[in-house]
Design a protein around this ligand. Structure first.
Ligand code: OGA
Ligand code: MN
Length: 278
């Protein structure tokens, strides 16, 4: 097994491994590389839904996403699907999954079944590298802040996104969750400090004037959107990508209109998040 950095700030490529017959030693190495790099990419995997579930369960319990359509017979697996005639995709903007949950999902494991002839890449951003690159004044300013996250504006029954998505999301009435998390978290596995706000689900900084909160979030988002913190993943069928929602953002590019793109996703349960100590 070889593990090489995908980019300076985020991700690693794992080669020479078959995820259906992973030894315990290989898993230990993969786990360490995952928390260090924030995302792992494995090419040429032949996985049945059972294999996908078995791999996910090595990490933790499965966190079932209530809004996406499940694979028939496998409620644990969500379809990340865009049909040729569909205009809106899933994840077509910078975000991290499930930050609106009180105990946000640890990560997501996406397995590619059908990839368009070109396009449909996914961008990743590394939140530890982005935090470390902030100047000291900003680090002091962020110290102790908390942010409120929610999902009604995305998955709620009246959201513009749900309407554009043609009503394909389920359980829209239960999209009412909100959660408060630290703006700078201490990673639950490594203790590394990282930014934990995202344009998809973060609503505001708690106890801050709304205009000031928007300006601060916009400044952080502009910082994180600099390419030195990114990796761009070009998919192939049979590729499996997994990311740590506590230390990365991702963005599914929507540049393959007229083609089908289909991946299966399993979301892995996480733990409560701690504020980074100053
Ligand atoms: C997701 C997501 C990215 C992609 O499944 O959470 O954002 O590239 N998908 O499909
Ligand atoms: Mn996502």
């Amino acid at each position: 097994m070889q593990i090489t950095k995908a980019s300076e700030a985020v991700g690693a490529i794992v080669e020479g491994v078959d995820l259906t017959s992973l030894t315990d030693d290989e898993f230990v190495e993969i786990r360490e590389a995952f928390f260090d790099s924030g995302a792992l990419f494995f090419r040429n995997q032949q996985l049945t839904p059972e294999d996908h579930i078995a791999f996910a369960e090595r990490w933790n319990d499965i966190d079932i996403n209530r809004f996406f359509t499940p694979v028939e017979g496998y409620p644990q697996i969500a379809k990340v699907l865009k049909e040729p005639d569909q205009e809106v995709n899933i994840g077509g903007g910078w975000h991290t999954d499930h930050s609106y949950d009180e105990i946000p999902a640890m990560g997501s494991i996406l397995y590619a079944l059908e990839i368009p002839p070109s396009g449909g890449d996914t961008l990743f951003a590394g939140m530890h590298a982005a935090y470390e690159a902030l100047d000291d004044e900003m680090k002091v300013r962020l110290d102790g802040l908390q942010a409120r996250h929610g999902n009604a504006h995305i998955f709620g029954k009246d959201s513009a996104y749900q309407k554009k998505f043609g009503g394909r999301f389920g359980n829209t009435e239960s999209a009412v969750q909100e959660a408060i998390h630290p703006v700078v978290l201490s990673h639950p596995e490594t203790g590394a400090k990282g930014l934990y706000v995202n344009p998809g689900f973060t609503l505001e900084i708690v106890d801050m004037d709304p205009a000031e909160s928007t300006a601060l979030l916009d400044e952080l988002y502009a910082h994180i959107q600099q390419p030195q913190f990114h990796f761009r993943l070009q998919w192939q069928e049979g590729m499996l990508a997994m990311w740590d929602n506590r230390s990365t953002w991702h963005y599914a590019l929507n540049d393959y209109q007229g083609h089908r793109r289909y991946l299966n996703r399993i979301t892995i349960a996480g733990v409560p998040l701690d504020q980074a100590s100053s």
